[in-house]
Write a protein that binds this ligand. Sequence first.
Ligand code: GLY
Length: 385
Amino acid sequence: MIIPAKTSNSVTADPVTVGVALGDRAYDIIIGRDVLPSLGQRIAKLRPGARTAIVTDHTVAKHWLAKTEAALAEAGIASSRIVVGEGEGSKSYSVLQDVSEGLIAAKIERNDLVIALGGGVIGDLAGFAAAIVRRGVDFVQVPTSLLAQVDSSVGGKTGINSPHGKNLVGAFHQPVLVIADTSVLDTLSPRQFRAGYAEVAKYGVLGDLKFFEWLEANHAGIFSGSAAREHAIAESCRAKAAIVARDERETGDRALLNLGHTFGHALEAATGFSDRLFHGEGVAVGMVLAAEFSAQLNMISADDAARVQHHLAAVGLPTRLQDIAGFQQEGLADADALMTLMAQDKKVKRGRLTFILLEKIGKAVIANDVDPSTVRHFLAAKLSG
Ligand code: GLY
């Protein structure tokens, strides 16, 4: 599985296609350098005569909107644009209203397409607007962050945040196509790229030891833009597509994808969903906490938990509560407050916490009935270092 390192300019491999097998709602994820210009031709083939509306944010628009519009125009596809503010704040009722009204004003109808051009926020927001406008319009994901390319653009989870918590209002609405152009990742900040990498590593930790070992050996090439990047994204999408195909609505195995997220979401909430902690960084800290909690429950060896922490730290991700920006100055919530935040999570059923825990690296399990007092003591110990 070792991919030879190349410079980004020398990567000319054909795009990789990963299928998401969902019967009459099956779709392809196209992964490769410079696949964005093929967007128009692919849409023309998939949905002849469709009009499109691109939903994006200001920063992504600056870099990629013109290229996206040109790709559509070349194939004779009409497009309009809806540009929203960037950041988690756009996953709100008011911005959802703006986008929905924008789609209606742009006369996007049932046979037309919404194009979500951006990171996870845009994919979730535009996908949800597409799910509800005219009782459902199809949409295409064009993810522009590593996190969106390997996770949020695939699988059909769409939605916005509620004042009560993250992603509490939404719908399952699968895209009809995902175009993951890996060259767009070149404009991400190193911190944003690293945050997305946490979700790549997650696939190894939860279900594929060999992939985790490959990441340990090849992570530098993923960051530098060698062919290892496309390989890592394709492997991540394959892993996610397989899980989504067998459990689209998260009644079982799909919950494994939440490894690190129960702790991670509470940490994001405790830091006000601010730049103190990006989502992927919360997942990195959360994944290490899940591994260490699994070790405390004698499910995984302390050495394996340390190995997960070591790999995430090696790429520069935060792995400890104390690594979270401002921990020394502003502190973090105490263990009770973190427990309250976790209780708001969708992963709670009738007051009992569901955690994704590890039996070994490459084998995560769903623990449905975790005793809250054990978790509280564990967190209190971690907070005191
Ligand atoms: N990001 C987790 C999921 O799509 O299920």
